[in-house]
Design a protein around this ligand. Structure first.
Ligand code: Q9C
Ligand code: ZN
Length: 492
């Protein structure tokens, strides 16, 4: 299995900026990239990564998502004067052009594709591309929200074509809805798009009805678009983790992606003027860590937003540190998602019940065959309790007569390494199969991530048992909460 983390950065992408007064756009500055890279150097993370050079994305690659007409418009801005640039910019929502924008936008696409190639060829296990301009708002015929070409959407189309991938997961943890990505893959079941975003009942930019939880995808793509709309500001570590435990991770483990692309915006972090959220940089280490357990660890993080320079650069460092498999920092704050977050989570789960077995069996639908209850128990119960408790040490005891297989034990070992600053002790009874010992040792050393193969959903009986446990214990272990009804009940 590949090891190593790619870092892709080129200071040429700092060569454009806003040339006139525009309060809507003045937060998107070259220093975003410079300060992130400086901080990576400061923590000696740059030298631990494998440097991969950037290149320009080709016209053909850009046209995997964008129209040739739009490409020509962007190209034409290269030679424009300030007045002309301003006029083109006004045709779009929250966008500015500079004579170097086109060149940087091509580099941002190319950097993203270089990262995909590095990971897919096995040169590295994972990596991050620090790019400007960001991409997730841009559309077939339009720039939008500081975005010119849709780096991550292009990368997904490219990976499907070039590597024949059948399942790609895009996780968009930027605080804005990546509507551009949603539009590209709405009808495409081979790309699962997950986004959480500040929404405030459609009162927050981009003010779209289709950013709500009931936009589940269309046609064949129904069920493959997951929106978690945040209706209040101030969401923090526990809200984000709850959304991972109760929405993204169960669906992602059922989906079994072959590659993960992260639309890695840090405006969802504390201090950001756009997001107004509270997640600390450590939270991004944990989010990264969970995603690393999927797709054989093949993860490409691509910078999107993030406008508080200190928060942005610390969060970038946390992401890269985690990709390099350093121990995870403790997550701070009380581990209790707020009521508004729980409501949003409950709504997405409800909207997606028809499409995902992991969500289905809590209703009253029948199931039959012998099934695997592992993910349901781990994500719906064990991790929420463990994260609520915040241990200083994790001890895993593997005795005889266990119902978990080697892969299950190994994955659980990997997942629990997010706790107790990765201080974890595994006790295995003597004369266990050598395969088990090897697999757990590999999990602990991070040599490989367990491969689960096909997903086997839990039986309804077991799902209901776990739901019952959750209801019973969620007063003490608040990360178990995923339905507002129970939350209120448990308060009475
Ligand atoms: N008054 C990214 O984070 N803000 N784009 C509009 C309306 C636009 C954000 C404010 C924010 C664009 C990549
Ligand atoms: Zn954003």
């Amino acid at each position: 299995m590949a090891s190593g983390t790619a870092l892709i950065y080129d200071d040429e992408m700092t060569s454009y900026k806003l040339l006139w007064d525009d309060p809507e756009c003045d937060i998107e500055v070259p220093e975003r990239l410079l300060s992130s890279y400086e901080q990576l150097k400061h923590y000696h993370l740059v030298e631990r990564c494998i440097h991969v050079p950037v290149r320009e994305g080709t016209e053909e690659e850009i046209m995997l998502v964008h129209s040739s007409e739009y490409l020509e418009v962007v190209k034409s801005t290269q030679t424009m004067n300030e007045e002309e640039l301003q006029r083109v910019s006004e045709n779009y929502d929250a966008v500015y052009f500079h004579p170097n924008t086109y060149r940087c936008a091509k580099l941002a696409v190319g950097a993203t594709l270089q990262l995909v190639d590095s990971v897919m060829s096995g040169k590295v296990r994972n990596g991050m591309a620090l790019v400007r301009p960001p991409g997730h708002h841009s559309q077939r015929n339009a720039a939008n929200g500081f975005c010119v070409f849709n780096n991550v959407a292009i990368a997904a189309q490219y990976a499907k074509r070039r590597y024949g991938l059948q399942r790609i997961l895009i996780v968009d943890w930027d605080v804005h809805h990546g509507q551009g990505i949603q539009y590209v893959f709405e009808e495409d079941p081979s790309v699962l798009y997950y986004s959480w975003h500040r929404y405030e009942h459609q009162q927050f930019w981009p003010l779209l009805r289709e950013s709500d939880y009931d936009a589940v995808g269309q046609g064949k793509g129904k069920g493959f678009n997951l929106n978690v709309p945040w209706n209040k500001v101030g969401m923090g570590n526990s809200d984000y983790l709850a959304a991972f435990f109760h929405v993204l991770l169960p669906v992602a483990f059922e989906f079994v992606p072959e590659l993960i692309l992260v639309s890695s915006g840090y405006d969802s972090g504390i201090g950001d003027p756009e997001g107004q959220m509270n997640a600390t940089p450590e939270c991004f280490a944990h989010l990264t860590h969970f995603l690393m357990q999927l797709a054989n660890g093949r993860l490409c993080a691509v910078l999107e937003g993030g406008y508080h320079l200190k928060s942005l650069s610390e969060s970038v460092c946390m992401t890269v540190k985690t990709l390099l498999r350093d121990p995870l920092p403790q997550i701070s704050g009380e581990m209790a998602p707020c009521l508004s977050a729980i409501e949003s989570i409950q709504n997405v789960r409800g909207a997606h019940k028809p499409y995902w077995k992991c969500l289905m069996y809590e209703g009253n639908c029948s199931s039959d065959a012998e099934r695997n209850n592992f993910f349901c128990a781990v994500l719906g119960f064990i991790l929420p309790v463990a994260y609520s408790y915040q241990p200083d040490l994790v001890i895993i005891v593997i005795g005889p007569n266990r119902s978990l297989g080697v892969n299950g034990i190994s994955l659980l070992t990997c997942l629990l390494q997010g706790l107790a600053e990765s201080q974890i002790l595994v006790v295995i009874q003597v004369r266990s199969e050598i395969k088990l010992v090897q697999s757990v040792a590999k999990a602990l050393s991070g040599v490989s991530t367990p491969d689960f193969g096909a997903y086997a959903p839990a039986s309804q009986e077991n799902v209901l048992e776990i739901k019952r446990l959750r209801d019973q214990l969620q007063q003490e272990w608040k990360m178990l909460r995923c339905s507002a009804h129970n939350h209120l009940q448990s308060k009475m």
